[in-house]
Design a protein around this ligand. Structure first.
Ligand code: FAD
Ligand code: PHB
Length: 394
């Protein structure tokens, strides 16, 4: 016989979106179960986002998981764009009337969320195989999964798909009930994490004729660097030496000279893609985060947009359970998508502004230069960039 667990909200995916939702619901007395395909160590081993917008940091505090982030994270008041060998500072604080971003790794944030779920007795089932949502068009949906030879099920009122771009939730929706929008870029980002002091206290996004590069960081002793590479490249072709030579080449000379390099402790290639699914709901299945949309990492929007989905959905579920008010659930998809598309626009714009596109004509390249010249000559253009980078209001 299939063993069954009963909960209010069944969450597929134990990444940041799923864990944050489960934690916020818990604080309102709403029960949830998180089903994660991989082990916790595997999830924590993925090096991804580093920049959190102000509203996300606030949501972490509201979820009572902001203490370590506030202690160890760094507030950044600006960042640089390097172009033509010159660094231009984007003064986020001045341009937005006081807003900043928080540099705190996705790994650390996810670890904090796992610890909070443990502390409060939240159920996060790891290594759940063959996870599948069922009967989501009815008032009695359930999720089936396997552990070893055993098939188990979670009965719930709502299923939330927080299982990322490759997850099962979106794929379980009939194709004629959703529309997808997609743009694939002809390059990826090769990222390296190294235990070295960062070359710059603030991030440097560099545009260069050999391609884009980014100098980021996780702490005073941990650097995160990226270079744009062709999609056909593999990490095997990139020794640490080749990586740092290429990175230096794309940076202004004074930055390249100051860089301290060391052995990589992680090296991976991420393809760049823009993707949105509409609507973000099918019956009693709701999609959130990368399960519903992804962006190229250039604008640092992915995790931040996932956080705004969770904000809307958590309020909608609280209104449903505490006041019998379903208006938030009804409007979830359209509210979330309005902000999702603004994140798509900004990420696409930053990507187009800073990367070398292999098929670009001389005309396209001149436009790109003009766009950069205009940006650095106009306080209003800079203010628009800054407003989007620190995050539009939820
Ligand atoms: P995920 O993190 O993908 O989590 C989904 C979870 O679901 C995973 O743990 C997965 O194992 C699990 N899962 C998948 N399938 C199943 C299944 N069938 N059953 C059960 N579980 C399943 N964003 C920013 O905001 N700022 C940044 O600075 C930034 N930098 C980035 C840099 C890089 C190199 C990359 C690749 C991304 C970056 N992002 C950034 C994007 C950010 O990492 C993602 O948007 C974020 O991980 C989305 O979180 P999520 O929980 O929605 O999805
Ligand atoms: C990172 O530190 O990994 C990072 C920072 C900013 C981005 C993307 C990635 O835009």
């Amino acid at each position: 016989m299939t063993e069954s667990i009963r909960t209010q909200v069944g969450i597929i995916g134990g990444g940041p979106s799923g864990l944050l939702l489960s934690q916020l619901l818990h604080l309102w007395g709403i029960d949830s179960v998180v089903l994660e395909k991989h082990s916790r160590d595997y999830v924590l081993g993925r090096i991804r986002a580093g920049v959190l917008e102000h509203s996300f940091a606030e949501l972490m505090r509201e979820a009572q998981v902001g203490a370590r982030m506030d202690r160890e994270g760094q507030i950044h008041e600006g960042f640089f764009i390097a172009h033509g060998g010159v660094r231009h500072r984007i003064d986020l604080e001045k341009l937005t009337g006081g807003k900043t971003v928080m540099v705190y790794g996705q790994t650390e944030l996810t670890r904090d969320l796992y610890e909070a779920r443990d502390r409060l007795g939240g159920l996060v089932i790891e290594n759940a195989a063959d996870v599948r949502p069922h009967d989501v068009e009815t008032a009695h949906p359930y999720i089936s999964y396997r552990q070893g030879d055993e098939t188990l099920r979670v009965d719930c009122d709502f299923v939330v798909g927080c299982d990322g771009y490759h997850g099962v939730s979106r794929q379980s929706i009939p194709k004629d009930r959703i529309q997808t929008f997609e743009k694939i870029y002809p390059f990826g980002w090769l990222g390296v994490l190294s235990r070295t002091p960062p070359v710059s206290a603030e991030l440097i996004y560099a545009t260069h004729e050999r391609g884009f590069a980014l100098c980021s960081l996780r702490s005073a002793t941990l650097s995160r660097y990226y270079v744009q590479v062709p999609l056909t490249d593999s990490t095997d072709a990139w020794s640490d030496e080749r990586f740092f030579d290429e990175l230096r080449c794309r940076l202004p000379p004074e930055v390249a000279t100051a860089m301290i390099t060391g052995p990589s402790i992680e090296k991976s290639i991420a393809p760049l893609r823009s993707f949105v699914v509409e609507p973000m709901r099918y019956g009693n299945l709701f999609l959130a985060g990368d399960a519903a949309h992804i962006v190229p990492p250039t604008g640092a929007r992915g995790l931040n947009t996932a956080a705004s989905d969770i904000y809307y959905l958590y309020h909608a579920l609280v209104d449903h359970y505490t006041g019998g008010d379903d208006s938030g659930l009804e409007s979830y998809s359209s509210r979330a998508l309005a902000r999702v598309w603004k994140g798509q626009r900004f990420s696409w714009w930053m990507t187009k502004l800073l990367h070398r596109f292999p098929d670009d004509s001389a005309y396209d390249q001149s436009l790109q230069h003009t766009e950069l010249d205009y940006l650095f000559s106009s306080e209003r253009a800079l203010a628009s960039l800054a407003e989007n980078y620190v995050g539009l209001p939820f």
